[in-house]
Design a protein around this ligand. Sequence first.
Ligand code: AMP
Ligand code: MG
Length: 488
Amino acid sequence: MPFPFDNSYARLLEGFFEFTLPTPVNDPQWIALNRNLASELGLDLELLDSPEGLAYLAGNQVPPGSQPLAMAYAGHQFGGFSPQLGDGRAILLGEVIGNDGLRRDIQLKGAGPTPYSRRGDGRSALGPVLREYIVSEAMAALGVPTTRALAAVWSGDQVRREGYEPGGILTRVARSHIRVGTFQYFAARQDPGSVRQLADYVIDRHYSAAHDCENPYRALLDSVIERQAELIAQWMSLGFIHGVMNTDNMAISGDTIDYGPCAFLDDYDPSKKFSYIDQQGRYAYQNQPHIAHWNLTRFAETLLPLLSDDESKAVEQAEQALQSFPDIFQRALAKRFCAKIGLHDHTAKDYDLVHNLLSLMARDEVDFTLAFRSLRELPRESEDSRFITLFAASAEVKKWLTVWRSRLQQNGGGEEKAKLLMRQVNPVFIPRNHRIEEAIQAGQQSDFKPFHELNQILQHPFDEQEEFAHFEDPPKPEERVQATFCGT
Ligand code: AMP
Ligand code: MG
């Protein structure tokens, strides 16, 4: 068996999905098979990397043991509630338990229409498939909790978007695909029994420690809040902008999910947004923590009937839990940003140091990744260092370096220890928008070399890779990506 399926969702959650077969494509071809991930999952690589494996991951054949299904969910999209979304272009093949004992979903994205497709075609263009593959795998290598990409397949068919484009299918792997919107689906139907059933399933699958708590549903809420706060802090520390933080795109597991018009910051601009459809900047870089809190509030609302039989006590429980978000987030953010400037331990005053640096970076539109990457080299104030030359005016930057260096001296281990830490947290390589764009454009012409090269570099984002040093560079003015698109 290529996939040793054990399908708990299909088994335990009748009424939470529709069984749906993938629709075959015309002439599937491999683009990528993620061998590292396949072995982590304990899959039979030889079987997978065969015409039969290709047929499974193109949706042309259903692998043995699979029970293909589309999941139901609702969601707030840009603040407005849609009671009926669901997997419109995704089909869950089933779950496998990896070598690490973790249960994971194997899902095809772009494998044809489902009962939830509404007017969509259930397909995916090649561009979004390549983008999600690159970015989700880069996020994993950066240490960010995320869904993974097991494979990308060229469908051999055209999909109609702006014009006609080549189609693709992504095989996505996730700790689960349960979203805030999955809870909202049943809460909106005034069906607390189903919400409870889902909550029990989620506790079993993701938060088993909650079982031992006095109020397991409160513990579930606390845990989801904590993981989201940690996740968003990590996004911020890498300059990642998700782009569509609708409640249906927020995973209960705490993983980053649904890579659409996402992008990494080039120059540091807190108000930056790339997504073309996000005209108001609702999901701009600096708004992400606020939006996460808003989404978690929607999640908490769905749990109210479970938190207590007494309505006002339930509201009190939810409010208490939600109030913890800003603190957990701020602490996680301070820890990550202080680590970026080499500080293992930090005080409130140290965050001022971070803040001062960020202000200078914003003022001079300094490249976010390059600034922290250059700080790894412990630049000297006197030198014409790479770090200093990133800024338009050097006097304040030199002053900042002096203060920073004297702070490092008080750190046990001094500069060397700081350098080690900074090398662990400040990447050399991120999936820069213009490089992704380049890989997509070549891919659309059947040239996947740039795609593979970019993936290879991004597998080791913290390592200097001299032969690829040019991949560190920010875009030239003419290479700048101004807007990103969902392409769905
Ligand atoms: P997103 O926010 O891009 O993850 O998707 C929002 C909703 O639109 C989800 O319910 C998707 O399943 C659905 N959707 C997106 N693209 C398509 C498509 N090509 N065909 C059918 N449904 C789609
Ligand atoms: Mg989505």
